[in-house]
Design a protein around this ligand. Structure first.
Ligand code: 6PG
Length: 271
């Protein structure tokens, strides 16, 4: 189902695909991710996937570890990155890496991505050595710049960026009014948000990565997201740098597909 392009924003409008429920969302997302990874490896010999945190991707990871997708993807050529993380150790249950380690990279059932292709934010080292979140962000930005293909502006072009959105309209760890918007930094340390859980400091790429990526997949599930999703996709485009803004509108662009379940889609305009 395609989103109408009545809004002529310079970014264009995304495709919006509505599926029945979280299971269908996970299956559709997994098929798209596998397809993007296969295509990137065929085209340039490697695939760089930037994944997201939150609870939504768990089903997607599970399907990637199961047939038929498990055998279709050339995992040895896949690199995995994170768009953002919480400033906690990798094995902390609230780390965005934790869910990937538990399912996608599980020692027994996970997929065979080489160890040195897994690129978590260096929170363990930053915390262990007392270097702090700003160092963590700067180090990760340097690693991505050195490893992922990029244009003259130095913004890494991930083959696919997976996104979730928060009830306040955030994406990555870019909250409404965030200093990450227009800062010029590729990655930033963000103080713990007080308006949304978990109240933990974050490290995040700036939304500039969205402009460099050829393909973005946003996944939205559940009735609790219905209102904010309608404001993001059907409402006026707001300035994300304002506290009343919706940073997730930065993924309302032609290079993105929004995969949404029926419970989350109830307030979207009929299309
Ligand atoms: C984070 C995420 C964040 C997340 C959304 C959706 O660190 O919190 O990267 O952007 O994707 O908040 O989270 P849910 O999938 O849990 O709704």
């Amino acid at each position: 189902m395609n989103h109408p392009s009545s809004d002529q924003g310079a970014l264009g409008e995304p495709a919006v695909v509505v599926v029945a429920d979280p299971e269908a969302l996970a299956s559709a997302a997994a098929a798209r991710v596998a397809g993007a990874l296969v295509a990137a490896v065929a085209e340039r010999g490697r695939a760089d996937l930037a994944t997201t945190g939150g609870s939504t991707p768990a089903g997607l990871y599970l399907r990637l570890t199961s047939e038929p997708l498990r055998d279709q993807v050339p995992w040895a050529d896949v690199h995995i990155w994170w768009g953002d993380d919480r400033y906690v150790p990798r094995d902390h249950p609230l780390s965005n890496v934790f869910g990937v380690d538990e399912i996608l990279l599980n020692e027994e059932h996970g997929v065979p991505i080489p160890f040195d292709h897994i690129h978590p934010w260096p929170t363990n080292r930053a915390i262990g050595e007392g270097r702090g979140p700003a160092w963590c962000a700067a180090t990760y930005a340097a690693e991505a710049r050195a490893t992922v293909p990029h244009g003259p502006d130095g913004v890494p072009a991930f083959d696919l960026i997976l996104l979730g959105i928060g009830p306040d309209g955030h994406l990555l760890s870019v909250f409404p009014g965030s200093p990450a918007i227009g800062s010029g930094e590729l990655a930033l340390a963000i103080p713990a948000p007080t308006h949304i859980e978990p109240h933990l400091p974050r490290v995040t790429f700036s939304p500039a990565i969205l402009g460099a990526a050829p393909d973005i997949l946003a996944m939205v599930s559940g009735a609790a997201k219905a209102d904010v999703l309608a404001r993001i996709l059907d409402g006026p485009r707001l300035d994300p740098a304002l506290s009343a803004g919706l940073p997730a509108q930065l993924a309302r662009r032609a290079s993105a597909t929004w995969l949404v379940d029926e419970a989350a889609a109830t307030r979207l305009r009929l299309r």
